[in-house]
Design a protein around this ligand. Structure first.
Ligand code: ADP
Ligand code: MG
Length: 576
């Protein structure tokens, strides 16, 4: 109990830092239980891992907020933020008393995370605590104050219903339930995304996810695409539905095209109230596709886009340690389809031009049999007709997509206009000279023959034995920075994985790789391997990514798409 903890800490005051090791164990602090799961060995090592919990009935959280999975995710997100606020705003911060305690910092998204878990009996907050030191000595008395006074006070302020704003909590839960209700309604409405009128899409800066603020022009739907929905709470939302099929966003430079696409891309996650994107909801599997030259690839069938390379390499099973712009974009696209993506989001700014289009003059100069690339414009219809994969594409520099697009929307001064009829007319007047899909659902250029199928039967990729076990692996995978994972001796670079939004997701991906490696002895098919892990996360929760019981670290849930992305970027991967 408390006295034991104080006594232990007082006795090690001024002794070597390693004497903190004695802290491991559980202590009762009033109505809270403190569990010290892992103690750092020196002041410069990663902080110690602790959990503080209390009984659900003592927290007095309304049961109706916790009776479904979404409610529990929303409440734990709310409590995590409240805990973070209490750490940085309370009197303890002014005196510096809470310095060293962290619960992880959620961003603009509401993600399933391990920072606060709610079970039938308990509410548990997971903390990392840098235990106080002077040089390499333990400051035991200071630690005693931190753990037995400051920490319970903060937990009191953040975990008890009586200290929270009950209305704010309730609307946090209602918002997430409504957002996810809308997401489930998208499919029946045959939409890949919805953006409500009044949404604020632009961000403060390229490296900030916060809203731009007063200068932003509110989103407004073009009439032709306007839709309304009634949500679980009775709330109504009206805005633009982006239909399934092929949608092209056009407009002059700097008129807001990329900003719109980026909002749709982030819409796979729910955003907090006040973010401006809380009513931008995208089908959950949508995947951003970009060129990523230099990435590795293992046995990916990119033959729909690239075949007959001068090197003679077989692009039905393309491997490379240094893919080019076009081959990397083809690889990203096929892997996304493999991961179950039903919508692809592509921006001209981050695409390889020769992957996307080829103009008439070039088609005349270089005969088709000398050009290994079949551009995306010739395949985008087949992706939808054979595989049901929609595309939302930003193209301000080329009208090549007009005839293959179901809808074309133009941005002018950040405001949308439906220009489908006009663009289709322009396309009819300026027909391309080379064979092109005349009707929107033709499978591709005539030379392929009508029976040619490209996307409906992608071969399963089967891992080669042991390919997921790094040679001489000694340590578990770990994240190094927000977009890098160290796995064995390799660094997995996730810089180009656009829908990775939280460093805690990267941390979770590192752990996911270790779990995939364990399972890869029994399951060799990449898609099935990831599916199994995702099912396990659904049933056993995010904690199951950790090999240990107790504090699993600060993890946030990545989608299946990001798990695929991390696995596929491991340079040691080899497939049959
Ligand atoms: P494009 O891709 O068409 O060249 P961007 O999306 O990159 O244009 O936007 C250009 C600039 O305009 C960015 O600085 C962005 O923050 C800003 N912007 C985009 N949409 C809006 C908006 N709705 N209101 C105010 N500023 C915006
Ligand atoms: Mg742009």
């Amino acid at each position: 109990d408390q006295q034991t903890l104080v006594r232990t800490l007082t006795s090690i005051d001024g002794r070597g830092y390693a004497s903190y090791k004695q802290l491991s164990g559980r202590y009762t602090l009033g109505r809270f239980t403190l569990s010290v799961d892992k103690v750092q060995v020196d002041p410069y090592a990663p902080p110690s891992l602790m959990q503080i919990s209390l009984r659900r009935e003592d927290a007095e959280l309304p049961a109706d907020l916790l009776d479904d999975r979404l409610g529990r995710i929303a409440v734990s997100d709310f409590l995590t933020r409240a805990f973070g606020d209490a750490l940085s705003e309370g009197p303890s911060e002014r005196s510096g008393a809470a310095a060293g305690i962290s619960i992880g910092r959620p961003g603009q998204q509401v993600l399933e995370r391990t920072s606060v878990v709610i079970t039938e009996e308990l509410i548990t907050a997971r903390l990392s605590v840098a235990l106080p030191a002077a040089g390499r000595r333990a400051l035991g008395r200071k630690a005693a104050r931190l753990l037995t006074e400051t920490l319970p006070r903060i937990a009191q302020a953040a975990l008890l219903h009586s200290s929270l704003d009950p209305e704010a909590l309730r609307s946090h839960v209602a918002l997430l339930r409504d957002q996810e209700d809308l997401r489930t309604q998208l499919e029946a409405a045959k939409l890949v995304s919805f953006l409500a009128d009044g949404s604020m899409l632009p961000r403060r800066s390229g490296d900030s996810d916060l809203p731009l603020g007063a200068d932003a022009v509110a989103f407004r739907s073009p009439e032709a695409l306007r839709r309304s929905f009634t949500l679980a709470s009775g709330r109504q939302v009206t805005g633009m539905g982006v239909p399934e099929g092929v949608t092209v966003i056009v407009g002059g430079g700097y008129h807001g095209k990329s900003t719109l696409l980026r909002a749709i891309e982030r819409g796979v996650y729910p955003h907090i109230a006040g973010d401006g994107r809380e009513w931008v909801i995208t089908t959950s599997s949508a995947a951003s596709i970009r060129a990523e030259d230099g990435r590795s690839a293992a046995g990916v069938d990119i033959s729909a886009f690239i075949s007959g390379l001068p090197s003679g390499a077989d692009t039905r099973s393309f491997s490379s340690s240094n893919a080019s712009g076009s081959t990397s974009q083809a690889t990203n696209l096929i892997e996304a389809v493999e991961s179950g993506a039903t919508a692809l989001l592509i921006d001209e700014d981050t695409s390889a031009t020769n992957f996307m289009i080829r103009d008439d003059r070039m088609r005349q100069l270089i005969p088709a049999d000398r050009e290994p690339i079949t551009p995306f414009v010739d395949r985008v219809r087949a992706l939808f007709s054979e595989r049901g994969v929609s595309t939302v594409l930003v193209a301000g520099g080329s009208g090549a997509f007009f005839e293959v697009a179901d809808q074309i929307i133009a941005l002018e001064d950040y405001t949308l206009r439906d220009v489908t009829a006009q663009a289709h007319q322009i396309a009819a007047e300026h027909k391309r000279t080379t064979s092109q899909p005349a009707t929107p659902d033709a499978a591709g250029p005539a030379s392929d023959g009508p029976a040619e199928r490209r996307f409906d039967s992608l071969p399963a990729r089967v891992l080669r034995r042991d390919s997921l076990h790094p040679p001489k692996k000694t340590k578990p995978a770990r994240s190094r920075g927000p977009r890098m994972i160290q796995y064995g001796r390799e660094d997995i670079d996730l810089t180009a994985v656009a829908q990775l939004v939280d460093p805690a997701q990267t941390e979770a991906l590192a752990k996911a790789l270790d779990r995939l490696a364990e399972q890869s002895d029994a399951e060799h098919d990449i898609t099935a391997l990831v599916e199994k892990l995702v099912r396990r996360l659904d049933t056993e929760g995010l904690d199951s990514l950790s090999p240990h019981r107790g504090h699993p670290g600060h993890l946030a849930r990545p989608r299946a798409q990001e798990i695929h992305a991390a696995l596929n970027r491991y340079r040691g991967l080899t497939v049959h």
